[in-house]
Design a protein around this ligand. Structure first.
Ligand code: SF4
Length: 356
């Protein structure tokens, strides 16, 4: 199909297929892609509102069996700098989050070889008993898959038990590129494409909302990225459980075993736009200021993004690769306002908070 016909399809709110997405990526100019994505954003969200959430990343352990080649954060089992957070440390971090107006924690960790499922249940129960108001967005699909393998339980049983203990929703981490040829090379010890999708499918069936992510710009092709988007869109057709899509390029830096050059902002913005266009069934697209910095993230608001993500009171994983963007709540609101939008705080499910 010709580019003009594809553009007409998009303007007529028709879905595009992978071949058409490839033509769009290769042939549409930068500003046309952005304009198309922006049109869709305003079709779905007519108000000039850009949302964000006040939350904190808490990494409960950096000990990990997986050894992903792009990861600068993990320590192998037995490493002297390996840690598992104590309950007191957890509580202190949550208290600080609440004091800053936070409503959620993003609780993630490495694939620890020895911690049983009861450890995670106990951690969740402790958090919820002590801080019933905090939303726990935790355990990406590779972690859930790892817990299931260690415990010998089905994914469904693991998720039911974690939800019972206090888990509220699941982050879409560990997706990288949902093509096994790529996963085999960059994260051979992590769950495969079908496993990632299955955790999300079961979570959605149990009523747990999740996000979806993509980490690109390493060894994949644009066709692989489109295949990734296609898999996310197909699962969303089936379950409707994804609230948002977040993509960011691989951050090469100290300690990463992969060394491909960092994707440039133009590529990032094109990817935000393509995601908005292709994922016609996912309502929210986030701008990644943590990896792109405030200016590029601000421009992403004109390329289809309607959300500024999280305040990231604490962020360790990207920081470990040497990326050091930091923004206060006031700075996030100023950036959103300067772009001509009204900043609004939200919850994980994107309902707006009234009392700011
Ligand atoms: S990305 Fe996650 S699973 Fe991979 S090595 Fe780092 S902590 Fe482990």
């Amino acid at each position: 199909m010709e580019l003009n016909e594809i553009i007409s399809k998009i303007r007529a709110s028709q879905r595009i297929n992978p071949e058409e997405a490839l033509v769009l990526w290769n042939k549409a100019d930068f500003f046309t892609l952005g304009a198309l994505a922006r049109e869709i954003r305003f079709r779905i969200h007519p108000e000039r509102i850009v949302t964000y959430i006040v939350d904190r990343n808490i990494n409960y352990t950096n000990i990990c069996l997986s050894g992903c080649k792009f990861c600068a954060y993990y320590k192998p089992p037995g490493h002297p700098e390996g840690f598992v957070l104590s309950k007191e440390e957890l509580a202190q971090k949550i208290e600080e989050t609440l004091a800053l107006g936070g409503v959620q924690i993003l609780l993630q960790g490495g694939l620890h070889p020895d911690l049983p499922l009861e450890f995670y249940e106990d951690m969740l129960s402790y958090i919820k008993n002590r801080f019933p108001q905090i939303h726990v967005h935790g355990f990406s699909p590779p972690e859930i898959n790892h817990f299931a393998r260690l415990s010998g339980l089905e994914i469904k049983q693991v998720l039911k038990r974690l939800r019972q203990a206090g888990l509220d929703s699941i982050p879409g981490g560990g997706a990288e590129i949902l093509v096994d040829r790529i996963r085999q090379k960059i994260s051979p010890n992590k769950c495969k494409t079908k496993d990632w999708l299955e955790v999300m499918r079961v979570a959605h069936q149990l009523g747990l909302k999740t996000t979806a992510t993509m980490m690109y710009g390493h060894i994949e092709t644009i066709e692989d990225r489109i295949e990734h988007l296609n898999r996310i869109r197909a699962l969303q057709d089936e379950t409707g459980g994804f609230t948002a899509f977040i993509s960011w390029p691989f951050q090469p830096g100290k300690n990463t075993a992969l060394c491909t050059p960092k994707a440039l902002p133009v590529e990032y913005l094109k990817m935000v736009a393509l995601a908005r266009i292709y994922l016609d069934n996912i309502p929210n697209i986030q701008a990644s200021w943590v990896t792109q910095g405030p200016k590029v993230a601000q421009v992403a608001l004109e390329f289809g993004a309607n959300d500024f993500g999280s305040t990231m009171i604490e962020e360790n994983v990207v920081a470990a690769a040497g990326v050091a963007h930091r923004l206060s709540i006031e700075q996030i609101e100023t950036i959103i306002r300067d772009a001509g939008y009204v900043p609004r705080r939200r919850k994980m499910d994107y309902t707006l908070l009234e009392d700011q």
